[in-house]
Design a protein around this ligand. Structure first.
Ligand code: GDP
Ligand code: IMO
Ligand code: MG
Length: 430
């Protein structure tokens, strides 16, 4: 029995975590986001209606569940309030179902200005960030000057922290970036307006989770971004500013690691990446266009075209290692339905040698060339299929090969964007 399951992206993000968390929420009591911010875009499609969540956990559409924005998340209250209001308009928001950690740091307007200004200065060497202020907000957390959600509950504390931050930030923005600084009263008034809307949700969520665990509740920890975007374990510096790997589920929610029962990695049947940075199996030509077209690979947050490539078994094995994956959730299998020949990268070639352990040093990874195995496609639609047995033989072979390379089982297979287009192979909470 697994009561507490961590779901992480096993590639460079956008693996379909939102859809998976939404369907697993059916069996869960609590859903927790534990890192990242509104750089995430998690898509959930219910009865043809599309929702993209940036901060709210992807279980939010289910009634009677508790959704938590944990300690490790950076919260832009403007975005959060807008997300809540969209659900309110649709009659889909249950105020009792949302908790926000008092320890989660706030994204402030100057974080967004700095994110964009730094990207401009980097020029050709830009990271390709989402410009949502994620990096600068995490910087303030680590440098211990950040302002937290709990500070919204105390006007004078909020005001004084804002004042001392603006002293430095305005100086920096005006002198280094020749931009306009911010006024204390303007941000103060705006943020107190957000506080009116979200204050009732802010509390000690670690304590809430501790009680829930003692009461044997089922908890889903919803990762954002993906393993290769992890600040420590990703393709630095082309990464995001938080730990995206499974260990962060504990740190980012105030739950001890011994309480996490199972870790599942979400992985697409091919690979995508948004933003800059190395991507060994990237396809530049018509095959890349074909995957982008069939997979509708355009960013859920920024709308940017996602870079596309074949499945990378070396990157997957790395994700199994650094997350301690117990199993995989393979998504977008249907995107390969009509592809005649499907490639899987099983090894890299590096300076005439063959390697299977992913190097994360930029200069070395850039030199790695993928070595592919080619498999015959299945040339049949899979979106209507609901059991593993019914899948075409070549699709089964493709999945088996992924399992063989990763050393772990596929728990779920997703064959379409809708909730129903899912094949359960192993019971995730079982
Ligand atoms: P996330 O960030 O990991 O939640 O993923 P995104 O929502 O950014 O991107 C995944 C995209 O693929 C979304 O548009 C989903 O609706 C879609 N999607 C998820 N699973 C499947 C699937 O199995 N098949 C197809 N065709 N689309 C899927
Ligand atoms: P989900 O949760 C894909 C990428 C950005 C950029 C890098 C740093 O939807 O999978 P940041 O704004 O975080 O400082 O940008 O990380 N990135 C993502 N790519 N999916 C995401 O989230 C991402 N969040 C950030 O494109 O390359
Ligand atoms: Mg996404």
């Amino acid at each position: 029995m697994a009561n507490n399951i961590v779901i992480v992206g096993a590639q460079w993000g956008d693996e379909g975590k939102g859809k998976i968390v939404d369907i697993l929420t059916e069996e869960a009591d609590i859903i927790v986001r534990f890192q990242g911010g509104n750089n995430a875009g998690h898509t959930v499609i219910v009865d043809g209606e599309k929702f993209v969540f940036h901060l709210l956990p992807s279980g939010i559409l289910h009634r009677g569940k508790t959704c938590i924005i944990g300690d490790g998340v950076v919260v832009d209250p403007e975005v959060l309030v807008a997300e809540i209001e969209v659900l309110e308009k649709n009659g889909k928001f249950d105020p009792a179902g949302l908790l926000i950690s008092q320890n989660a740091h706030l994204i402030m307007p100057y974080h967004k200005t700095l994110d964009a200004a730094r990207e401009r200065l980097r020029g050709e060497g830009k990271i390709g960030t989402t410009k949502r202020g994620i990096g600068p907000a995490y910087e303030d957390k680590v440098s211990r000057c950040g302002i937290r959600c709990g500070d919204l509950l105390n006007e004078s504390v909020f005001r004084s922290k804002l004042k001392s931050n603006l002293l430095f930030k305005n100086h920096y923005i005006e002198t280094m970036h020749h931009g306009d600084g911010f006024e204390v009263y303007e941000i103060y008034n705006r943020y107190m307006g957000y506080a009116d809307k979200i204050a009732r949700h802010i509390q000690d969520t670690s304590l809430f989770l501790d009680k829930a665990i003692k009461a044997n509740k089922k908890i889903l920890f919803e990762g954002a971004q993906g393993t290769l975007l992890d600040i420590d374990h990703g393709t630095f510096p082309y990464v995001t500013s938080s730990n995206t790997v499974a260990g962060q589920a504990a740190t980012g929610s105030g739950v001890g690691p011994t309480r996490l029962d199972r870790v599942l990695g979400v992985i697409k049947a091919y690979t995508t990446r948004v933003g800059e940075g190395p991507f060994p199996t990237e396809l530049d030509g018509s095959d890349g266009e074909m995957l982008r077209g069939k997979g509708e690979e355009f960013g859920a947050t920024t709308g940017r075209a996602r870079r596309c490539g074949w499945f990378d078994g070396v990157a997957m094995s790395y994700a199994v290692r650094v997350n301690g994956l117990d199993g995989l959730i393979i998504t977008k299998l249907d995107v390969l339905d009509s592809v005649k020949e499907i490639k899987i990268c099983t090894e890299y070639s590096l300076d005439g040698k063959t390697i299977t352990d992913l190097p994360t040093e930029l200069d070395i990874l850039k030199k790695c060339k993928p070595i592919y195995e080619t498999m015959d496609g299945w040339d049949k639609p899979t979106t209507g299929i609901r059991t593993f047995e019914e899948l075409p033989e070549n699709a089964k072979k493709f999945i088996s090969r992924i399992e063989e390379l990763s050393g772990v089982k596929a728990f779920l297979i997703s064959v379409g964007a809708g909730r129903e287009a899912s094949i359960k192979v192993v019971e995730p909470f079982g």
